[in-house]
Design a protein around this ligand. Sequence first.
Ligand code: FES
Ligand code: FES
Length: 183
Amino acid sequence: MVHKVIVETTINGDPVELLCEPRQSLLEVLRDELDLTGSKEGCLTGDCGACTVIVDGRAVCSCLMLGAEAAGKHITTVEGLANGATLHVLQQKFLEHASLQCGICTPGFLMSAKALLDHNPNPTEGEIRYALAGNLCRCTGYDKIVKAVVDAARHGVGASQHGKVPTESTAEVTRDILEREKR
Ligand code: FES
Ligand code: FES
C-alpha cells in the first residue's frame, strides 16, 4: 500500500486538506487529486512555465515542487483569477489582444504576469519580458502577450482586482476560456 501524507494548505483563498503521495508534485496534486486542471503539464522539467502557480506571492513551477511542500502555504492557481463569470483584467486583456491560440501556455503566462503585477503594478516592458522569460509559447509569438500585460498594468491591476463584468459579446468567449482552463 502506498504511504500518503496529509497536507493542510490554502488554495485560491480556501483552506484545503488533502492526501497525497510524498513523491507527487504539486502539479499532480492540483490536477489529479483536486481536479484543478487549469495548470498545464508541459515539460515537467521547469523549462516551459505552463504549470506556473503563485505560492506565497512568488511564481513557481508546480512541476518542480512537491505537493507535500504546499503545507501551510497560500497557493493561487489560474482557477483563482476569475470571479465567477467575471474575468480578471489580465484574462480580459489576453482576449482583447488575441494573446492565445492553443492556450496551453496561457495559464502559466497569466500567473507569472499576476505575480509580477502584484509586486510591481507599473512595470516597464523590459521588466514584463524578464518576468515572463520562463514561460514558453509555441503559437503566438510573445508581442501580443506582452501587450496584454502592458495594457492590464495600464488599467491598474492590483493584487486581487478583477475586470469589469463582461459585455454580452464577450460573455461567450469568457465561457470558452474558462472551459479551456478546465481541460
Ligand atoms: S511543466 Fe512545469 S515548467 Fe514545464
Ligand atoms: S498559445 Fe499555444 S503554446 Fe502559447
